[in-house]
Design a protein around this ligand. Structure first.
Ligand code: PMV
Length: 323
């Protein structure tokens, strides 16, 4: 058995502005997807039992009723879609691929990129392809985009592969920064990146003079955040998170559920700052605790009907767990 794991991610600053070429700063987080591959003569199986599904057979057709009829969750179907995209690409047979993940699926936390990257890394090791990390990141970005029908920035796959922090504008670049303790709060509302991106881009085409200034302000925050994280000034970082949240609200990607979690984190949770992360319209928020112990924020978010957990930024990228 060969097993590889890859981390999930958060966008700290810059979502939406990055689509129009402004900077965004993202970080790998301490939640991982694990993919194990095993020789299985005569069969190809994707086993996502822990995610609520075991799919037997090659080339899982996600549109087909076959998968739906198993009673699988939407989450498990999503996870399976990414793995089958990789298996199809390489015409892989006679293999059992088992996936487990601590990363909530379809919440904007990079679960699909982590699954694709971990699958590629496990296959690379198992078949001795000799892929470099750069090659894995490039292939993963292409395959994730394929599975998402054209969508997907290179940020998620770069973070899943290389870990740490990445700044994205025209290209993706690693930046060395200290780790941060964050609290992640999840709404129960589904997250639809494509719909939110389309909405913001429509606003941009209607009011280019107004929206470009919002994008510019957001991009400026992403760039400034790098030196602030470097200096460890958490108060200032919190202020910038709050400003970025206001600008995302101005773009129309906030929701009541997200705002309730943001205000719960800042109020009862005494967070230094809080903002939505990812495309918005649902999904999750990040909050910055004043000390390492974010448990007050976790409690406040749970009381506000969110799911909440602690995560560290700057996590390690893809790695082989066992040979
Ligand atoms: O919610 P996520 O993780 O899919 O992030 C989307 C980030 C956007 O800037 C809105 C889109 C993108 O491709 O960068």
């Amino acid at each position: 058995m060969t097993e590889a794991s890859a981390p999930g991610k958060v966008i700290l600053f810059g979502e939406h502005a990055v689509v129009s070429g402004y900077s965004a700063l993202g970080s790998a987080i301490s939640l991982r997807a694990k993919v194990a591959v095993n020789y299985l003569p005569g069969e190809t199986v994707i086993d996502a039992t822990d995610l609520g599904i075991a799919v037997k057979g090659f080339r899982v057709n996600l549109e087909s009723s076959q998968v739906t009829a198993i009673g699988s969750s939407r989450d498990a179907i999503l996870a399976t879609r990414y793995i089958s995209a990789v298996l199809n690409e390489y015409d892989i047979e006679d293999l059992c691929v088992k996936v487990e993940s601590d990363i909530p699926l379809a919440a904007g936390l990079g679960s699909s990129a982590a699954i694709v990257v971990a699958t590629l890394a496990a296959l690379n090791q198992h078949y001795g392809w000799g892929y470099s990390k750069e090659m894995i990141a490039m292939q993963a970005h292409r395959l994730e985009k394929l599975a998402q029908r054209g969508l997907g920035s290179p940020m998620d796959t770069a973070l899943a592969t290389f870990g740490g922090y990445q700044i994205l504008s025209e290209t993706v670049q690693s930046v060395e920064l200290p780790k941060l303790d964050l609290v992640i709060g999840l709404t129960e509302t589904a997250h639809d990146t494509r719909a939110e991106v389309e909405k913001v881009q429509k606003l941009y085409s209607l009011y280019p003079d107004v929206v470009s200034r919002i994008f510019e302000a957001i991009g400026g925050i992403s760039n400034r955040a790098v030196s602030i994280i470097e200096s460890g000034n958490l108060d200032e970082l919190g202020v910038l998170m709050n400003v970025n949240q206001g600008l995302l609200e101005a773009l129309g990607v906030g929701t009541r559920e997200l705002a309730e979690l943001v205000y719960a984190a800042r109020g009862a949770g005494s967070a230094l700052g809080a903002k939505l992360t990812g495309a918005g319209g649902g999904g999750c928020i990040i909050a910055l605790p004043s000390s390492e112990d974010g448990s007050t924020i976790v409690t406040a978010l749970k009381q506000a009907k969110g799911k909440a957990f602690l995560a560290k930024t700057g996590a390690e990228g893809v790695r082989i767990e066992s040979l």
